[in-house]
Write a protein that binds this ligand. Structure first.
Ligand code: COI
Length: 331
């Protein structure tokens, strides 16, 4: 069996090399992203593994079919950039890594929130300038707040545990109820109710498709004055301009954004010294009440190792047994 792994970062390479040795399977490591040109390198291989934020172009799958390759394994969870129609047309199966480390993302949600609640962004900037004054950066305590968790999949459940550990009152919303969260009586009936009752709303939902935002001008109007939004899910869950305006007008007291609707091509690139063309992003970066980070909630050694190895395990399952627990239903 010969596999080719695309878009590999240096921090992933050792885990892939180790897996290859342990499993005695040849894996060609390629730093190029997967596109209709780079797919040429896959000729002669049995399976393609990849991770990228850019869309997977349909032409990739025509070529895979031509080369007799019928499995694509992703090293990440999100499949919003994969055209299912093109996969189906070419009889290609897709796997993802649904659970590489829910706690990595859940811990980041609370990390970002604590940075905001304790005014760390502006405090760190002040101390950098040798300004050691306390005021006006007085903090708020998490144990006094109601945290609304939107989405109670694995990540949402991990977030609930952590927020409860801080003593916060937790409420939750999801279309699909989890037994344990149900038993604890945490569910509210609607997302609107969650938004209305929460001091902090943390989003752990998948993308709902372009234009289907959960945080926008209308929904913000129904939120508590001074509420905070934390997003470690997908950027397109939020109308970012509406959110920014609400922070500036002080309807909301802040936001933690690890994802951003226009992040592709910017996050995880070095723009040191450049003037950002994206004015909204630039404004948010300079606002002390908005914590922006470049989609790093997942980025821990545990998660990166799991993404690298689970994607390869799934590929082997598909090629050896014709199925994997991580196969995505394309219908
Ligand atoms: C995903 O797994 O889909 C993520 O959002 C993390 C990604 C940046 C590797």
């Amino acid at each position: 069996m010969k596999l080719i792994d695309y878009g590999v970062r240096e921090d992933e390479r050792p885990y892939i090399e180790e897996w290859s040795k342990e499993n005695n399977v040849e894996v060609k490591i390629v730093s190029d992203l997967l596109n209709p040109e780079t797919i040429e390198q896959a000729k002669g291989f049995d399976g393609v593994v990849a991770y990228q934020q850019l869309p997977y172009e349909p032409g990739i799958f025509d070529k895979m079919n031509e080369f007799g390759i019928h499995v694509l394994s992703l090293r990440n969870v999100g499949v919003d950039n994969v055209p299912f129609d093109a996969l189906k047309k070419n009889d290609i199966k897709l796997t993802n890594v649904p659970s590489y480390s829910p706690t990595a993302i859940a811990e980041y949600s609370v990390t970002g929130l604590m940075i905001l609640l304790r005014s760390m962004k502006s405090m760190i900037r002040k101390v950098d300038q040798h300004n050691f004054l306390w005021a006006p950066d007085i903090g708020r305590e998490l144990n006094e707040l109601t945290v609304g968790v939107a989405g109670t999949g694995r990540i949402g459940q991990a977030a609930i545990k952590i927020y409860q550990g801080f003593g916060a009152k937790v409420i939750a919303f999801d279309k699909y109820h989890n037994d344990n969260i149900e038993k604890q009586g945490l569910y509210v009936d609607t997302l609107d109710q969650l938004l209305k009752e929460s001091d902090v709303v943390t989003l752990h939902l998948p993308s709902l498709g372009k234009g289907n935002t959960v945080i926008n001008k209308d929904s913000i109007a129904g939120m508590k004055d001074g509420a905070i939004v934390v997003n470690t899910g997908r950027g397109d869950l939020i109308n970012t301009q509406d959110l920014y305006d609400a922070v500036v007008s002080e309807k909301l007291s802040g936001a933690v954004l690890d994802v951003y609707e226009n992040e592709v091509g910017i996050f995880n690139s070095d723009r040191s010294g450049e003037v950002l063309q994206d004015k909204l992003l630039s404004d948010m970066i300079h606002n002390p009440k908005i914590i922006v980070s470049p989609h790093i909630a997942f980025y821990t050694t545990t998660a990166v190792k799991n993404m690298a190895t689970i994607s390869l395990d799934s590929m082997v399952d598909e090629l050896n047994n014709g199925k994997s627990d991580n196969e995505i239903d394309l219908n």
